[in-house]
Ligand binder design. Structure first.
Ligand code: BMA
Length: 872
């Protein structure tokens, strides 16, 4: 399969019949053998066109290869992230060409390199036994997580993973690639367009560059006179400011993109090369300046077109172990889900891959800002001459390819490698920090930053994330170490805490920018079922533990469930009992339902913890922390396993990232509830905040109150702090209530100006006593109508969900897996007498006939129901 990976060819040919994603197949000897083998891909073809010069254009080979054409060696490669242009002029025949690409074992190669290296360069392998992976990934320029990660399996695949083609020249000119950069030139007070074509000419000639920019901008012409040989034909020109419509991140304006067509015409009047770009015009800065002049502490936020922005988003990892199965359609759907969840940024994390052109094109169109990392993560790296030269070429190739995209607003050197070194994750960096500091500087400053700046100086660069900020821009000097009293005052932060209750917000950092934070949950049971069998359906089953690559993950999730929910004792005991022993506790046919419940509970807890944390960061905008970014970990998954990726959380995040957020929490040591409004709009808002509390057991209203509020543009503040006695009305304080709050903005009548807080139980800090607080909600669902698009490809199912008592975390899903689409809302709290309308947006084949019985509904009351019905 081209583009593809050898694993997929072997599956297609039935040479391996195990599903690589099933159970523990990924560590089976038969699967691992694929990695340890050498594989040769061969293609026999005729060349029926004339040519003077020919190259084999490899956009991505994974990774260690040697290449022959008709038995002539034409090249070798050792970097998955580079483009290779191999000259095949002499080897190419008219008939029966044999092209062979032999892929060597990357795991062995990296080990050999590490063994031969003069000193030990740590890569975290020793700290990650639970990942069932391979060591020394840092010695090979290959997707780092393909050697395993704390959310992913080790397949270390090989293959022609990106397109490959032969480029012919029969007119004296061959173009290898085109690049484009648009930037604002403040000296000229105009936009500058830098265009470059890398060509090989077989003769001296004149070439005319013709640039056509939609019809809106003036056309450009420029003549080059070149000799035979390789050339970079570089031309830069300016465009008047007044002619340009800016590209904006979503939520701030339009995503204006211009089509630029560049052509080269030779002295005989023939058009010998041409290329289209979709480009945009915008400025971008990462503002790291004193927050209060003369005081310690710098800002850390993005400024696009002069506007300071709060970055709302998530982290992106590779979407599939085998890249060719991660289609553009799947990427589009994930990126659209970011838009639907009100995000404006994604961070392409440094342990994965540089994405495809189509991916960034989608980000440009959707207005999603991209924080782009170079592919180095959680490791230290060698710095010998060959390694650095390899990296230099990689940076040139990737930056040249990607810099035309307005969505990319930052280049970042790596994920967590500075922290690895500074915090001494491996003994070696503690014993001799100087070696690794010098190495760090060589790789990220002298190699990556220096190479980047030969190609693109229009975007900011940071060497790492999380960073401790800058001491000075000129000379470029990073702070590296933060003193105790400087925490949160500089740079960005990654924050994970598996020990505390996720709704206890005082544990969350007060930081300028939190570029990673997250919590694990199980995949949906439907997804898990496809990769497991009934013996695996227990929180502590061998498979659950095996596939949770984050050491103690299963126990941590159980602990987190208990922080938020007090489970019936029988259920609690069952979850905590060793998987095999637990078999005696329930009827075998009921294990499925209980495991499904466990998956659901982990997802509820994850959603609540991460949204509480996200709301804390959004409130931080108006606090002394001046927070200006929250990117949670992690948007997408690579395989069905317990990981940090979103499930019900997505619906909560949509809420937290709305342009007006109503959020509330119970402060530590207090019996009150503090409600804030965060305003991401460019204009101030004012209106009424209506607060209502409901007895969670009876559904009776306990209290109602109204508060006037006003919040400045792009600010956040506390609107009211309500005491328990007021929240609970005349009721006994022992009662649990649900707090509902709605902000209605003045001066508008439409629904879009009404913002609801996510319902919160109060007391908020305590575990919800599931058994004694909940009543059977008897949820019912009605399909009201189905609307089908004209081409029948898309359809909307309009549903109405109602309940007879308060229902918590109501989760809707289809019983079968045949539908493709999403509910516009889910993970809801329902109140008796207040039905909710939900739309399911589907594409492709729809359930026909469709009925309410095709849907599955879960709510927190199922914990009570199932622990009574299913436990022996
Ligand atoms: C951060 C990331 C990843 C990791 C995640 C969860 O450190 O950069 O390396 O998967 O945490 O542990």
């Amino acid at each position: 399969m081209v583009p593809g990976q050898v694993h997929l060819d072997l599956i297609k040919a039935n040479i391996i019949d195990d599903d690589p994603y099933y159970g523990t197949n990924y560590v089976k000897e038969s699967m691992r053998k694929i990695i340890y083998n050498t594989w040769t891909l061969e293609r026999i073809f005729d060349m029926d066109q004339d040519f003077i010069h020919a190259i084999l254009d490899c956009e991505g080979l994974d990774t260690i290869t040697s290449i022959t054409l008709n038995e002539t060696v034409i090249g070798s490669t050792d970097n998955q992230f580079r483009n290779y242009h191999l000259d095949i002029t002499k080897a190419l025949l008219a008939k029966s060409n044999v092209l062979r690409i032999t892929f060597d074992n990357a795991v062995r190669t990296s080990k050999d390199k590490a063994d031969a290296y003069p000193y030990y360069v740590p890569d975290m392998f020793n700290m990650s036994a639970a990942q069932h992976g391979f060591p020394n990934r840092n010695f090979v320029r290959k997707e780092q997580c393909s050697f395993s990660w704390d959310w992913g399996p080790a397949f270390a695949p090989c293959g022609i993973w990106r397109p490959i083609s032969i480029k012919l020249d029969n007119q004296g000119l061959l173009t290898k690639n085109w690049t484009l950069l648009t930037s604002f030139n403040s000296t000229l007070d105009a936009w500058e367009v830098q265009l470059c074509a890398c060509v090989t000419s077989t003769r001296d000639q004149h070439l005319q560059l013709q640039v056509h920019f939609d019809d809106e901008l003036p056309a450009i012409e420029h003549t080059f006179r070149i000799t035979a040989g390789d050339h970079s034909l570089y031309h830069s020109f300016t465009v008047e400011k007044s002619l340009i419509t800016l590209w904006w991140p979503r939520g701030y304006g339009v995503q204006k993109l211009y089509t630029l067509e560049a052509s080269l015409v030779n002295d005989k009047g023939s058009r010998v090369a041409s290329h289209y770009f979709e480009c945009g015009f915008r400025t971008c800065d990462l503002v790291q300046k004193p927050l209060v002049p003369g005081q310690p502490g710098d800002t850390f936020h993005f400024r696009v077109n002069g506007i300071d922005m709060f970055s709302k988003g998530a982290n992106w990892i590779p979407g599939h172990v085998f890249d060719s199965l991660m289609t553009t359609e799947k990427k589009r759907s994930l990126l659209q889900s970011c838009v639907d969840a009100n995000m404006n940024m994604i961070r392409i994390w440094g342990g994965g891959r540089y994405e495809t052109d189509a991916f960034y094109q989608l980000c440009d169109e959707l207005g999603i800002m991209v924080w782009q990392e170079f592919m180095f993560a959680c490791s230290l790296y060698p710095t010998d001459r060959l390694f650095l030269e390899n990296v230099r070429q990689e940076v040139k190739d990737q930056v040249s390819r990607l810099m035309c995209h307005p969505s990319i607003i930052l280049w970042s050197g790596n994920n967590e490698n500075q922290e690895f070194m500074v915090k001494g994750w491996d003994r070696a960096t503690v014993d001799n920090p100087y070696i690794f500091t010098v190495d760090y500087h060589r790789l990220y400053m002298e190699t990556i930053m220096a190479t980047l700046h030969t190609v693109d100086t229009s975007r900011p660069f940071i060497s790492t994330s999380p960073s401790a900020g800058l001491i000075s821009e000129h000379p470029y000097t990073e702070r590296y170490v933060l003193q105790e009293n400087e925490r949160g005052l500089y740079g960005d932060v990654h924050f994970y805490d598996y020990k505390h209750n996720g709704v206890h917000v005082e544990y969350y950092p007060n930081a300028r920018f939190v570029s990673e934070y997250g919590a694990q949950s199980m995949p949906s049971f439907k997804a898990w079922k496809k990769v497991s069998s009934s013996k695996d359906w227990h929180p502590l089953s061998k498979l659950s533990i095996h596939r949770n690559h984050h050491g103690n993950g299963q126990h941590e999730m159980l602990q987190q469930i208990e922080f938020q929910y007090e489970l019936p004792t029988s259920l609690r005991n069952y979850f905590h009992t060793d998987s095999e022993a637990s078999e005696d506790m329930v009827d075998p046919t009921k294990r499925e339902l209980l495991f499904d419940l466990f998956c659901y509970l982990t997802q509820c807890v994850q959603a609540r913890s991460i949204v509480c944390q996200t709301e804390h960061y959004l409130r931080g905008r108006g606090a002394t922390s001046c927070t200006m970014g929250a990117l949670y970990w992690q948007l997408n998954d690579i395989w069905p396993s317990p990981t940090w990726t979103w499930k019900p959380l997505h619906y909560f995040i949509k809420h937290a990232f709305a342009d007006v957020l109503v959020s509330g929490y119970q402060p530590q040591g207090e019996s009150s509830f503090d409600i804030h409004i965060s305003n991401d709009r460019a204009a101030p808002i004012k209106g009424d905040l209506r607060v209502k509390t409901v007895d969670i057991r009876s559904g009776q209203t306990l209290s109602e109150s109204k508060f006037a509020f006003s919040v400045k543009a792009q600010d956040s503040k506390s609107v009211t702090k309500i005491d328990a006695s007021r929240l609970l009305g005349d009721a006994l304080t022992a009662i649990t209530c649900l707090v509902l709050a709605t902000a209605v903005i003045d001066g508008f009548d439409d629904e879009s100006q009404v913002f609801e807080m996510l319902p919160q139980t109060f007391p908020t800090r305590d575990a919800l006593l599931i058994e004694s607080s909940l009543t059977d909600p008897k949820i019912s669902i009605k399909i009201e109508r189905v609307e089908v698009s004209k081409d029948s490809h898309e359809y909307d199912i309009h549903l109405r969900v109602s309940s007879e008592a308060v229902a918590g975390m109501v989760w809707l899903d289809w019983k079968q897996d045949e539908t493709k689409g999403h509910f516009d809302d889910n993970a809801l709290w329902l109140l008796p007498g207040y039905p909710k309308s939900i739309i399911y947006h589907g594409t492709g084949k729809r359930p026909d006939p469709i009925s309410e019985s095709d849907l599955q509904i879960k709510s927190l009351f199922d914990v009570v129901r199932r622990s009574i019905d299913e436990m022996k």
